[in-house]
Design a protein around this ligand. Structure first.
Ligand code: NAD
Ligand code: TDX
Length: 336
């Protein structure tokens, strides 16, 4: 068992990173967290506001800043790397920041971690495996070949490859997790569920891509946090673990569940232009994580988790309102 006292969480002001910071503060009282976050359009210091200042420190900076990263890594026990450009549609409009942050940023972090012998956990996505057909009985496992489709997922795949090479060649003490689609509080309004929920709060119609039958394997972000903690502290160095909670659903089913929650007819939405290269289906087999580390998801009732998430957006309009109009303007420009 590895028991870090000080950890760096990169991207700790984003959606999943901030949920992880809350999880660590709540569940692991002996741990101090340094959040390293550039505060891009997707980062919001409000996400970690109110946490005890003797437990959580925010450093505003770029993971590509080698001097800053070197100094911070020299004073920590572990790095948990969440920072990324994370949105597929943005990566199609302009791939450049994805190359910088996802590839060069990861390179900068692992160079510092190998220099100081610091434990490194790499947070990645199931999208590195490409997609599955709707009628394929297969799910992704740790052995599935890499076959990314988008600029986003190809830069995440590249970053995973760097970590594997650094582990083998330099003995970097690394683990990797590849998780499916997260939902929960603090998710940016550009993403599927928050976009539709906030549209409905605004009295606007939801927007569905393509034929709406694309499948995503939904997991509550709190379950992703408990999985990352289990892998960081009890996972085998050099290994990859897939994280998922058997939550496959197609987009139109999720959208109709949201419409029902707002008391709106089930066809009260607009079909819009499909995403180029749109992955058909993701599905995770998390057997290794469950068997080896005894991890189990706690939030397996999707309807309850979705209702709670909708309530969070209703209760926290001041949090999402400032980003809403600019996000919709970007989508309008793309016909979406
Ligand atoms: P997000 O876009 O909500 O947050 C990203 C955070 O990283 C923001 O706070 C941003 O300010 C910060 N950041 C971006 N570039 C930076 C840089 N150069 N230096 C420092 N900080 C920077 O993303 P998210 O949805 O929370 O995803 C977090 C991680 O989890 C990503 O690595 C993503 O690939 C992975 N992941 C996401 C999902 C999902 O469903 N959203 C699923 C699996 C894996
Ligand atoms: O308005 C929309 N309408 C729509 O039909 C939006 C924003 C999305 N969609 C569809 C596209 C996808 O099939 O919904 C699905 C989910 O879309 P996103 O929220 O953009 O997520 P996805 O592309 O699946 O990627 C997410 O999960 C894996 C995260 O953004 C990634 O960071 C993570 O790696």
């Amino acid at each position: 068992i590895f028991e870090p006292r000080r950890i760096i969480v990169t991207g700790g002001c984003g959606f999943i990173g901030s949920n992880f910071v809350h999880h660590v503060v709540r569940e692991h009282p002996g741990v101090r967290v340094t959040v390293l976050d550039k505060l891009t359009y997707a980062g919001n210091p409000e996400n970690i506001a109110g946490l005890p200042s003797d437990r959580v420190e925010l450093v505003v900076g770029d993971i590509c800043d080698a001097a800053l990263v070197d100094r911070l890594v020299s004073e920590t026990d572990a790095v948990v790397h969440y920072a990324a450009e994370s949105h597929n549609d943005n990566s199609i409009a302009d791939p450049s920041p994805f190359l910088e942050t996802n590839v060069r940023g990861t390179y900068t972090l692992i160079e510092a971690c190998r220099k100081y012998g610091v434990r490194y956990h790499h947070v990645s996505t199931d999208e590195v495996y490409g997609d599955l057909a709707l009628d394929d009985p297969a799910r992704f496992t740790e052995e599935t070949p890499y076959r990314p489709s988008s600029p986003y997922s190809s830069t995440k795949a590249a970053s995973d490859m760097l970590v594997r090479a650094w582990a083998r060649t330099f003995g970097l003490k690394a683990t990797i997790s590849n998780c499916s689609n997260n939902y929960g509080p603090y998710q940016h309004v550009e993403k599927f569920i928050p976009r539709q929920v906030t549209n409905l709060i605004d009295g606007a119609r939801p927007r569905l891509y393509g034929d709406g039958r694309n499948v995503r394997d939904w997991i509550h972000t709190e379950d992703h946090s408990s999985a990352v903690w289990a892998i960081l502290t009890r996972g085998r160095v050099g290994e990859t673990y897939l994280v998922g909670a058997d939550g496959e659903r197609d987009n139109i089913t999720v959208l109709r569940e949201i419409l029902r929650a707002f008391g709106r007819p089930e066809d009260d939405f607009d079909w819009v232009r499909d995403r180029p290269g749109h992955d058909r289906r993701y599905a995770i087999d998390a057997t290794k994580l469950r068997r080896e580390l005894g991890w189990e998801p706690a939030h397996t009732d999707f309807a309850a988790g979705l209702a709670e998430t909708i309530r969070w957006y209703r209760d926290n309009e001041p949090w999402w309102r400032p980003a809403k109009e600019a996000t919709e303007a970007r989508y309008r420009a793309q016909g979406q």
